[in-house]
Design a protein. Structure first.
Length: 347
């Protein structure tokens, strides 16, 4: 008998056949069996999708005829109607190129019990090509529209050095959300299509007072950019465009005007770097479309900020203000315990 699911795992795929099959096998190997999964074929070739699907009643499929974007497709999976039972109280997002450890869901479930006020939970992501390297210790954000996965490309700290606690955002490659909090903010912003959409979601959850917790015991191996490639034009375009909307929608109260010059300076520096590496045209295209979408982002801002319950200073405190931490892609400092130094007693 299948246990009543406490979580729906949403996996958005677009022709990642073998990776999706490995992801689903890792999910089926979970020590906590009380889950259901919705695989959203986001314009996937039916044959590729079918070849990866297991014979497991907990796994359902939604087939979309065209790619509607990662953001909107996750919302489709989360909202998918299952007639046999009400929706579970948690939603997890898992990328098809992310392979969770057997106790991943159990660790997230336990953390949700320890942190009843948290709206979302981030996993420890290891680089699938070299598991000794971090792919992320929770996502962080600077107040001028820069975001990064904390600790990426750095050695994974020893288990006894990692501390469970707040990060700014949960990377949607392997994240858990309380459904009530997810529903309150409307899930992902489908207009983002992809990139910065998960940080945007966590930002909106924070504005409603819901912290995000990094759970070092919830671990996954992550390939990363398996669909779109590393630093592709696709990624650069959407990141350049979405950065403007991310900043305008979410930056609370007095900070939006104080930080606007800093955002402009960051955009200028990024364009200068793009010009030096011959990538200026695609970045300018993203910036142009971002500017065109600003009126819509500003209308969204009014709704988001009216619903804000967290004081602006509390939200500001969760951001990373030291630019050196972005340069190093550093995680939040209190997520890694300082090494213990034994005192040397005098002879």
């Amino acid at each position: 008998m299948i246990a009543q699911p406490w979580v729906r795992v949403v996996i958005v795929t677009m022709n990642e056949g073998p990776l999706l099959a490995q992801c689903l096998e890792s999910l089926r190997a979970q020590t906590d069996p009380a889950w259901e999964a919705v695989v959203v074929g986001n314009g996937s070739d039916p044959a590729v999708l079918d070849a990866a699907l297991p014979d497991d009643p907990r796994v359902r499929v939604v087939r979309l005829p065209a790619n509607i974007g990662y953001s909107a497709a996750n919302n489709v999976g989360a909202d998918h109607t299952v007639e046999t039972h009400p929706p579970p109280p948690f939603v997890a997002t898992l990328n098809p190129d992310a392979f969770p450890a057997p106790d991943w869901l159990a660790a997230l479930r336990a953390a949700a019990g320890r942190h009843p006020d948290a709206a979302a939970f981030a996993s420890l992501q290891r680089d699938a090509a070299d598991p000794t390297l971090c792919d992320g210790l929770g996502d962080e954000a600077a107040p001028v529209g820069l975001v990064w996965r904390g600790g990426i490309w750095q050695p994974v700290p020893p288990a006894d050095a990692l501390v469970e606690g707040e990060c700014f955002a949960a990377c949607a490659a392997a994240a858990l959300y309380r459904r009530a909090a997810w529903d309150a903010v409307g899930g992902f912003d489908g207009g983002f299509f992809c990139y910065l959409d998960d940080t945007d979601l966590s930002y909106r959850l924070r504005l409603r007072g819901g912290p995000v917790v990094f759970v070092p015991s919830a671990q996954v191996l992550h390939v990363g950019s398996a669909t779109n490639g590393q630093d592709s034009d696709f990624i650069r375009y959407h990141t350049s465009r979405n950065r403007l909307w991310f900043f305008v929608k979410n930056t609370p109260g007095p900070l939006v005007w104080l930080l606007a010059p800093g955002l402009l300076a960051v955009i200028g520096l990024l364009l200068l770097r793009a010009a030096r590496c011959g990538r200026l045209a695609i970045d300018l295209k993203g910036l142009r479309d971002g500017l065109r979408g600003l009126p819509g982002a500003w209308r969204q801002r009014r709704v988001i900020q009216r619903a804000r319950t967290a004081p602006w200073w509390r939200v500001a405190r969760a951001l990373t203000w030291d630019p050196r931490r972005f340069a190093r892609r550093a995680p939040r400092p209190d997520r890694i315990r300082a090494p213990r130094r034994d005192r040397v007693r005098p002879a």
